[in-house]
Design a protein around this ligand. Structure first.
Ligand code: FES
Length: 146
């Protein structure tokens, strides 16, 4: 059912926990299943230097958050925003169709954390559904996979 990469992240999840001195925290719940994911990020300049997660959800959600927190580390805020759930699924080598929504949770938790950082800085929150090509400022573009 799950790829070897997914199984590795399920049995040995990376970046578990919370950053006590987080610059941004995002918590989202899945309307599909009620599971909850919380991601905290550390930002220096325009870059995410650290990211941790706590996920109260299924194995696919844990694998998605483990992978996604690793993917955003070292990326600029715009680059991290532009990571789609399809990118997370690809990095995991695929997810069963019924579990793709779990990767959406990871994307949204990262975006929520970025927006929390922006709000703390006195900046406007980016539109959650935007693709990031314009820095979330509202060009209307949307990634194919939502
Ligand atoms: Fe709820 Fe996967 S089934 S996040």
């Amino acid at each position: 059912m799950y790829t070897d990469v997914v199984m590795e992240h399920i049995t040995n999840p990376q970046n578990v926990g919370e950053l006590a001195d987080a610059d941004g925290v995002g918590e989202v719940g899945s309307p599909a299943c009620g599971d909850i994911m919380r991601i905290s990020i550390k930002v220096e300049g325009d870059r995410i230097t650290d990211a941790r997660f706590r996920t109260f959800g299924c194995a696919a959600a844990i694998a998605s958050s483990s992978m996604a927190t690793g993917m955003v580390r070292g990326k600029s805020l715009i680059e991290a925003w532009a990571i789609s759930n399809a990118d997370v699924v690809d990095a995991l080598g695929g997810l069963p169709p019924a579990k793709v929504h779990c990767s959406v949770l990871a994307r949204d938790a990262i975006r929520a954390a970025i927006n929390d950082y922006r709000t703390r800085q006195g900046l406007d929150a980016w539109e959650m559904g935007s693709c990031g090509c314009c820095g979330g400022s509202g060009c209307g573009s949307r990634p194919e996979n939502g």
